[in-house]
Write a protein that binds this ligand. Structure first.
Ligand SMILES: [Zn+2]
Length: 304
């Protein structure tokens, strides 16, 4: 059977799209679980009569493996709701394979990008949210969904569970340096929005990939990205050839190793991070998302 392809055009991609990895599930609180394929991570919740799943993982095979992991943790309840953390296919590309009949909730920006993208397997949201904070009750589960503004991807929704003191924000901050490739980060307001999440009362942070961390790990992750942003500006001041990988890597390691060299993945990723971030200062960012007032983004131009 041919798999949904996302944006792949090669038939040879079928083997990649079909592979079903091992998933690791952990219960974080009553009704709340986290699951990872070793790379990407997300959360799901047990409702009164159904499951509320954040995201889908990034291939049809991974979506099926996610569905099986949910079924093992919560037997006999269908996935009634899928919430997209953001538009990226590696997180939310395959609801068609996870739960084709589920209600799909997403931020308006995310929904607009999905409407235009037309990736095979990425279902259009059935319920669109617009604004910074949403308090929802879905099948007996209380949820707070937050989007302070462009952070990563389009329409990034974080989830805050106040009673459990747990916070989930996909592809934004890690407690390590293993996310070096940052094409769709919106640096203009990123640090301020991330620090804003620290005003909430939580102890456990669930990132969109790799391992869980605590408040200190989250703060250090934000500090690290901010420090790379600072050194990328200093690279201009010091006439480092900012377009070249090796000089930028060497410069950033020299400036940051003492403070952040212990972060897992530091030497392997900081050069790549720096190449991306210097272009924020060189070129002005990622379009409208990287303006001080990004709320005008695509306003009124795309009908859902
Ligand atoms: Zn992403």
């Amino acid at each position: 059977m041919a798999e949904n392809r996302g944006l792949f055009t090669l038939d040879a991609a079928q083997a990649y799209l079909a592979a079903e990895p091992e998933m690791t599930t952990e219960k974080l609180a009553d009704r709340l679980f986290t699951v990872s394929d070793g790379q990407v991570r997300t959360i799901f919740l047990e409702g009164n009569s159904s499951v509320i799943a954040f995201d889908t993982f990034g291939t049809p095979g991974r979506a099926r493996a996610y569905g099986k992991a949910i079924g093992e943790a919560i037997p006999d309840k269908r996935i009634g709701t899928v919430i997209y953390s953001h538009d990226h296919l590696d997180h939310s590309g395959f609801a068609a394979d996870l739960a084709p009949d589920a209600d799909v909730i997403a931020d308006e920006m995310c929904a607009k990008v999905i409407r235009l993208r037309q990736a095979e397997g990425q279902l259009q949201p059935t319920r669109v949210l617009n604004g910074e904070r949403h308090e929802l009750t879905i099948d007996g589960v209380d949820l707070v969904l937050l989007n302070p503004g462009p952070t990563h991807g389009s329409g990034n929704l974080a989830a805050y569970f106040g009673a459990e003191k747990i916070f989930f924000s996909s592809d934004t901050v890690l407690a390590n340096a293993r996310y070096g490739f940052m094409p769709d980060y919106h640096f203009c307001n990123f640090i301020a929005y991330m620090r804003g999440f620290l005003a909430l009362d939580w102890d456990c942070f669930v990132p969109g990939r790799f391992e869980l961390t605590d408040r200190a790990g989250f703060e250090r992750g934000v500090d690290f990205i901010e420090a790379v942003m600072t050194e990328c500006q200093n690279a201009f001041v010091n006439f480092v050839p900012i377009w070249a990988y090796e000089p930028m890597k060497g410069y950033c390691i020299g400036q940051l190793a003492e403070r952040f060299g212990d972060l897992e993945g530091f030497e392997g990723h900081v050069g790549q991070m720096a190449i991306r971030i210097v272009h924020h200062y060189l070129m002005g960012g990622w379009g409208l998302e990287d303006t001080p007032e990004p709320r005008v983004l695509m306003a009124g131009h795309i009908s859902l």
